[in-house]
Design a protein around this ligand. Structure first.
Ligand SMILES: CC(C)(COP(=O)(O)OP(=O)(O)OC[C@H]1O[C@@H](n2cnc3c(N)ncnc32)[C@H](O)[C@@H]1OP(=O)(O)O)[C@@H](O)C(=O)NCCC(=O)NCCS
Length: 211
């Protein structure tokens, strides 16, 4: 691993995503839940990989980060898009390999990125949007002190079964049928540098303070 480490937190490091990561990424097991299958990408051919990289790296409005676990394996990615260099704001994306969720890696990776973003880059605000049915992600963001700003409906790429199958009954009210597809309620959230440093100061010197 030769890429510069941008942040270390718990078991993970955060660094820039590099072309050679694509081989590891393409070996991630796919998500099976229809609400997450949009996260699966077929990167088996050279063209697939170049297209994937082009939309992420060549686009000047994005920064792309890799998450490595304690064994140096690629376990996730984070992105900053809608970058406003003048305002020093951007919008977060985060996504772990399907076999790495709910083990605390997301919290460590995002805490690391926040340190880099606010302490090193000295940026002002991080925005994100999250589907209201994504309770795990919302818990993560709230735990790291993101605040909800507003709610809105957005089209999602999911099969109709999410509106009918019993396993989705508990989140059915957070989705609706719309012309040409399905929409899900989303939350817009943000974390300002003031709140980041304020909550850091109230903690124990590290950002992963249990609540
Ligand atoms: C969202 C994501 C990055 C979170 O990372 P993670 O490592 O899985 O999450 P963590 O284990 O760090 O923390 C999840 C928290 O949610 C809680 N949680 C898990 N499932 C939950 C559920 N169904 N309802 C409520 N809380 C839940 C966990 O207990 C944990 O809280 P705690 O720290 O207080 O114990 C990861 O799950 C992921 O990549 N998911 C798929 C892509 C995605 O949803 N991206 C976000 C799009 S906005």
């Amino acid at each position: 691993m030769s890429e510069k480490v941008l942040a270390r937190e718990g078991r993970v490091i955060v660094r820039k995503f590099k072309r050679s990561d694509l081989a590891d990424r393409s070996a991630w097991p796919p998500y099976r839940d229809p609400l997450n299958t949009h996260l699966n990408f077929d990167l088996s051919t050279f063209i697939d990989r170049e297209r994937w990289l082009f939309t992420r790296k060549a686009n000047a409005g994005r920064m792309y980060f890799a998450i490595e676990d304690e064994q140096g394996r690629l376990i996730g990615e984070m992105s900053l898009r809608d970058i406003e260099s003048h305002e020093k704001t951007s919008r977060l994306g985060i996504h772990l390999a399907s076999n790495k969720v709910s083990q605390g890696y997301g919290r460590e990776a995002l805490a690391g990125l926040l340190t880099y973003y606010f302490d090193n880059m000295k940026w002002n605000t991080m925005y994100l949007d999250v589907a209201a049915f994504n309770f795990r992600a919302i818990r993560l963001y709230e735990r790291l002190h993101f605040e909800r700003m507003r709610d809105f409906w957005r089209r999602i790429s999911a099969d109709d079964c999410v509106l009918t199958a019993p396993e989705y009954a508990h989140i059915r009210h957070l989705m609706r049928r719309a012309p040409g597809g399905i929409e899900a309620l989303h939350h817009d959230m943000l974390l300002t540098k003031e709140r980041y440093f304020e909550t850091l100061a109230q903690g124990t010197g590290e950002h992963l303070v249990a609540e």
